[in-house]
Write a protein that binds this ligand. Structure first.
Ligand SMILES: NC(=O)c1ccc[n+]([C@@H]2O[C@H](COP(=O)([O-])OP(=O)(O)OC[C@H]3O[C@@H](n4cnc5c(N)ncnc54)[C@H](O)[C@@H]3O)[C@@H](O)[C@H]2O)c1
Length: 372
């Protein structure tokens, strides 16, 4: 299978995303043209197979770099200021300098955290992303949003900081749990719901049709279908980020389902639902809001919820015990303006979305409380 090269075109910091099976074993040709200084710190996680780290370290050493590794425990709760401090301390202890490099080898937790550390260490050093989770490959590793959580809310500290290169090897997904694989589908469905507004189309069919027709191939992780959906998701995100790097306009559409999701994750202490599951529930709430406001038909709403369900993802909260906490947390979201909740909602037909700002807190409470 051939490689897929996708460009994220930016004013000052364009970069390449390479999608290729077994890339981790053959990445020297993509790294050798980059000036990564003299030292590379690989940040990863205890649960991610050591063999990935060893393969990368071997290549980097072969290219002449001194390599350091640091592993964090697994879990969203480690995307915090203490972990940030640990990464920075290791870098200081090993005397990494301004032109050296941090490399994130992991899912979205590791890429958000390591990217944030890279953006503030010596006011910014090189950053490379090698995503290992499905969600990381289709979303988190692309586009330069970095950040950490505070106890009051998710991603409250962060920067926009682009990597030098993103290397995606779908064969790394073989060691990912089924639950974490499905989690990534939560973000893939998001892309299918906004691809037309993003101005991107998928082969001859819509991405939504592709996901509907190829459900079994995708759930069985058939290699070509994985390459297809990773490449197309990255292409959509690259296009959006190239137009609006810092989320002043178009990029806001990527928040479909996310205002709900961040509230849910935070209210449940990042334990009950992982990010993609919370996004799936948020997407279903967005479809219901869209229908309630006359933006989409009942058939479209039902179709979206069915697709989420078909991919074995949650479509509603298991119980309604944390509605107050979810609302409180949603009101702390960065997307709030002048105290008003703002949502990206499906609009007219599948593939199109729009920003809606006139949604009251009582309406959101009613929606969160409903079992339908
Ligand atoms: N920056 C962005 O644009 C962006 C976009 C979407 C999500 N995010 C963030 O990403 C995070 C969620 O990312 P995630 O779903 O990847 O979670 P994660 O990073 O916690 O990874 C999920 C789990 O899978 C394990 N894992 C990862 N790759 C593995 C592999 N190949 N084999 C075995 N185990 C593996 C991890 O150790 C972890 O236990 C959230 O913090 C979210 O806010 C960021």
């Amino acid at each position: 299978m051939k490689e897929k090269i996708i460009k994220v075109k930016l004013k000052n910091s364009s970069y390449t995303v390479v999608v290729k099976n077994n890339l981790i074993k053959n990445c020297a040709r993509y790294l050798k043209h980059l000036d990564l200084g003299k030292k590379v710190l690989i940040v990863s996680q205890s649960k991610i197979p050591k063999q990935y780290q060893n393969l990368l370290a071997k290549t980097l050493k072969y290219l002449g770099y001194k390599v350091f590794t640091f592993n964090l425990p697994t879990g969203e709760k480690y995307k915090d200021i203490k972990s940030l401090q640990k990464i920075v301390n290791i870098a200081i202890k090993n005397k990494l300098e301004r032109n050296d490099t941090f490399l994130a080898l992991g899912g979205g937790v590791i890429s958000d955290l390591t990217g944030f550390a890279a953006s503030i260490y010596y006011r910014g050093i090189n950053f490379i992303c090698v995503p290992t989770s499905f969600l990381g490959m289709v979303d988190a590793a692309i586009g330069g949003k970095t950040g950490i959580n505070m106890k009051e809310g998710k991603n409250l500290l962060g920067t926009f900081y682009q990597p030098k290169i993103v290397l995606i090897d779908p064969t790394l997904l073989k060691t990912l749990s089924q639950r974490e694989f499905l989690t990534g589908i939560g973000e893939v469905i998001k892309y299918a719901l906004l691809e037309q507004t993003a101005g991107k189309s998928f082969q001859s069919k819509s991405f939504y049709q592709y996901l509907t027709l190829n459900k079994n191939r995708i759930l069985n992780q058939e290699p070509q279908s994985l390459l297809d959906i990773i490449s197309h998701s990255v292409e959509i995100k690259a296009k959006i980020v190239s137009i609006d790097e810092k989320e002043s306009g178009l990029r806001k559409i990527l928040n479909l389902g996310h205002t709900f999701a961040h509230g849910i994750e935070q209210a449940y202490d990042y334990k009950t639902y992982n990010h993609g599951e919370a996004v799936s529930i948020g997407t279903c709430f967005a479809a219901k809001l869209g229908y309630n406001h006359g933006l989409i038909t009942k058939e479209t709403k039902d179709s979206i919820i069915k697709l989420v369900k078909d991919y074995r993802l949650p479509t509603n909260l298991n119980n309604k015990k944390k509605i107050n906490q979810i609302l409180t947390s949603m009101l702390l979201d960065k997307k709030i303006q002048n105290g008003n909740l703002r949502f990206i909602l499906p609009y007219k037909k599948i593939g199109c979305v729009k920003l809606v700002t006139n949604i009251s807190q009582s309406e959101v409470r009613k929606l969160l409380s409903s079992y339908n």
